[in-house]
Design a protein around this ligand. Structure first.
Ligand code: ACM
Length: 551
C-alpha cells in the first residue's frame, strides 16, 4: 500500500486539489453550466463524488483480486490486468481472495452490491488504500472496469508505452444505465468488413459501455453469413460488393467467434436478415425466390427499393425457415432482426401478412422479432421490438416533408402508438441524429446526406423526450447508432464516421438527461482525444470540441 504519491506526482496532486477547490464554490449559473467537469468519463456516470486529497497509485505490488471461484470476475480482472500491463513494468497478478483487505489491490466483487446499481450498474470506490468495484452481475463489473479504465491516464491504452506512473484520484462512483439497449449497427453488406475490423469496432463499443451490435448481414449488394443449408447465398450472393470489387462473408465459424468475442465484452450480436425488400443478393442466388423463377443479376450500385421476395411462393417461407434456423443456431442472443424497411414492390396487405408470418418463424426459433419501423404496420406481438429510423418524428426537426411523406409519417406514428399500447418496445435511431453515415458537414469526404448533416453537436444535443415524447417512456428500450456502408470500405472510415459521434450515442443511451449538457459534454469529449490517439483511432477533430493534445 502506498498512500503518499511519489515526489514526481506531488505537483500533479497539487494541481488536482487546486482545481477541485476552485471548481466547487459559488459559481454563477453561466459559469456553473460551462464549468470544467471533474472527470472525463463517457457516458457520464449517475453520480461521482471526489474525495479531495487522496489518490490511488498503481505499483508493482498492485494485485487484482476477486472472490475465489468467481470465474467471470477473474476474466474481467484479467482484462484489466492486460490493459494495465501495457504501461507498468509488471502485469498485475489476478488472484482470488476471501476478503477484500484494501491492501492496495483492485477488488472486483459480486457480493453486497448496493441495490441502486440494478442489473447492469456498479459502485466504484477509489481511495489511497485500494479500489473496489461492486456489482450485481458480471456486466456491471465490466462496466465498472471501463470507468476505472477511463479514469486512468490515456497512456494505459498504448501498447508500446514505457513504464509510466498510473494513478486515479480518490472518488466514489455510483452508476447505472438509463436504457437496456445501447447499440451500434454495422452494415457489412454494402461493403464487407472482415472479422478483425468488426472486433476492433466491438472493442471501441465496449469502452463506452455499448451492449448491442446489430449486424446488417444481407442486402441487395451482398449476403454475408454462411447458411449451411443454402450455400449459394454466400458463394454467389456474397461474391461482390458496392463498386463491383470482391465481396466476402462470415463462415459459421467466423460468426461464432464474433459472437463469443462480443459476449466476452458484454455485447450481444443482433443479426439482421433484411426481408422482404433489400434482397437482390438472395434473389440472385436462388431463382425460386422470384415470382418469375428467374435469378436476378448481382447488384453493385446503391439504389434502394427495387427488390422483393415473392411473398406468394411457399418456397420463400421454406427458404426463410432455413435461414432463421441456421442463424439462430449460432446466435445465443434473444433477438433476430428481420429488416422490413423500404419495401416498394409490395402492397401493404401483402407486406403485413409477410411480417406476421416472419414473426412466427422467428419465434418458433426461440427469438424475438426486431424490425425497422415499417413492421409496426403489421399485427406484431408485444414481444416484438421496433426500430424507429425516419427523421420525421418531430415534424419541424427533420428535412422539410412533402405532403406524401408527411402522410407516411402520420401513418407510421399512429401504427407505432398502436403497437406501443400493446406492449411493443422501441429502439430509437433517428437518422438525422444517430445515423453515423451522415456527413458531419459538406466537406466530409465519405458518408451520405439524405437525412441532413449531423455534426457532433446535432448528433448529441437532443433528448428522448423532445423527439419521441409521444411514446410512453416505458416503451423505449434504448438507442442505437447505425453505420451504413455504401460509401465506406475501410476500418479507417468506420472510425472516422463513428468517432466522436458513437461516444455521444452511448451517453444518450446510458446517462440521465439531467446529467447531460452539450457545454459540459464537449469538454469530456475533448479529453477522449489522447485515449483515441493512443488506441490509433482515426477520429474527426470537430472544431466545436476542445481536443486535448498528446497522451
Ligand atoms: C433504413 O435506413 N433503411 C433503415
Amino acid at each position: 500500500m502506498r498512500t503518499d504519491p511519489p515526489k514526481s506526482l506531488r505537483p500533479l496532486r497539487a494541481i488536482l486539489l487546486g482545481f477541485l477547490l476552485a471548481s466547487t464554490p459559488l459559481l454563477t449559473a453561466c459559469e456553473e453550466e460551462a464549468r470544467i467537469p471533474a472527470h472525463s468519463v463517457i457516458p457520464n456516470p449517475t453520480s461521482v463524488s471526489l474525495s479531495a486529497g487522496d489518490t490511488f497509485h498503481l505499483g508493482d505490488e498492485t494485485r487484482i483480486t476477486f472472490q475465489p471461484g468467481d470465474e467471470e470476475a477473474e476474466r474481467i480482472g484479467q482484462f484489466l490486468a492486460d490493459l494495465i500491463g501495457n504501461t507498468v513494468e509488471t502485469t498485475p497478478e489476478v488472484t482470488g481472495v476471501v476478503e477484500n483487505r484494501q491492501d492496495g489491490s483492485i477488488h472486483l466483487t459480486l457480493q453486497d452490491p448496493p441495490p441502486s446499481v440494478g442489473p447492469e450498474g456498479y459502485e466504484l470506490v477509489v481511495s489511497g488504500a485500494g479500489v473496489t468495484i461492486r456489482a450485481s452481475s458480471p456486466a456491471g463489473l465490466f462496466y465498472g472496469v471501463q470507468t476505472l479504465r477511463q479514469l486512468l491516464p490515456p497512456v494505459v491504452e498504448y501498447t508500446a508505452a514505457y513504464p509510466k506512473p498510473l494513478y486515479v484520484p480518490a472518488m466514489t462512483v455510483m452508476d447505472t444505465p438509463r436504457f437496456p439497449w445501447r447499440g451500434a449497427m454495422l452494415d457489412v453488406s454494402r461493403h464487407f468488413f472482415q472479422s478483425d475490423d468488426v472486433k476492433r469496432f466491438i472493442d471501441l463499443m465496449a469502452l463506452y459501455k455499448l451492449n448491442r451490435l446489430h449486424l446488417h448481414l444481407s442486402d441487395d449488394q451482398g449476403w454475408r453469413i454462411e447458411i449451411p443449408s443454402r450455400p449459394n447465398l454466400t458463394l454467389h450472393g456474397g461474391s461482390t460488393e458496392v463498386g463491383g470489387r470482391e465481396g466476402g462473408f462470415f463462415s459459421v465459424d467466423d460468426f461464432s467467434a464474433l459472437v463469443q468475442y462480443a459476449a466476452d465484452r458484454f455485447v450481444t450480436i443482433v443479426p439482421e436478415i433484411d426481408v422482404p425488400g433489400h434482397t437482390n443478393a438472395a434473389l440472385a442466388s436462388y431463382p425460386e425466390l422470384n415470382c418469375d423463377g428467374v435469378a436476378r443479376d448481382l447488384y453493385t450500385g446503391t439504389s434502394v427499393g427495387f427488390s422483393a421476395l415473392c411473398t406468394e411462393r411457399e418456397e420463400v417461407y421454406e427458404f426463410l425457415e432455413d435461414v432463421v434456423r441456421d442463424i439462430a443456431a449460432v446466435s445465443p442472443g434473444a433477438f433476430f432482426h428481420v429488416g422490413g424497411d423500404e419495401v416498394e414492390r409490395l402492397g401493404q396487405e401483402a407486406f403485413n401478412a409477410f411480417i406476421e408470418r416472419m414473426e412466427g418463424i422467428v419465434e418458433s426459433n426461440g427469438k424475438r422479432l426486431v424490425g425497422w419501423e415499417e413492421v409496426s404496420m403489421a399485427d406484431i406481438g408485444p414481444e416484438a421490438v421496433v426500430q424507429l429510423w425516419r427523421p420525421l418524428w418531430k415534424a419541424d426537426d427533420g428535412p422539410a416533408l412533402d405532403s406524401a411523406r408527411a402522410a407516411q409519417a402520420a401513418e407510421l406514428q399512429e401504427a407505432a402508438l398502436r403497437v406501443a399500447s400493446q406492449g411493443t418496445t422501441f429502439i430509437l435511431s433517428p437518422a438525422d441524429r444517430l445515423y453515423l453515415d451522415m456527413k458531419y458537414n459538406p466537406s466530409t469526404a465519405v458518408g451520405l446526406t439524405w437525412a441532413g448533416m449531423a455534426d457532433v453537436r446535432t448528433s448529441y444535443d437532443w433528448t428522448v423526450g423532445e423527439l419521441f415524447g409521444i411514446l410512453p417512456e416505458e416503451s423505449i428500450a434504448g438507442v442505437e447508432a447505425p453505420l451504413w456502408s455504401e460509401t465506406i470500405d475501410h476500418i479507417h472510415d468506420i472510425e472516422y464516421l463513428a468517432f466522436p459521434r458513437l461516444a455521444g450515442a452511448a451517453e444518450i443511451g446510458w446517462s440521465l438527461e439531467s446529467g447531460r449538457s452539450w457545454e459540459e459534454y464537449r469538454i469530456r469529449l475533448g479529453a477522449q482525444a489522447p485515449r483515441w490517439t493512443a488506441l490509433g483511432v482515426n477520429f474527426y477533430r470537430s472544431p466545436d470540441v476542445p481536443w486535448v493534445e498528446g497522451f
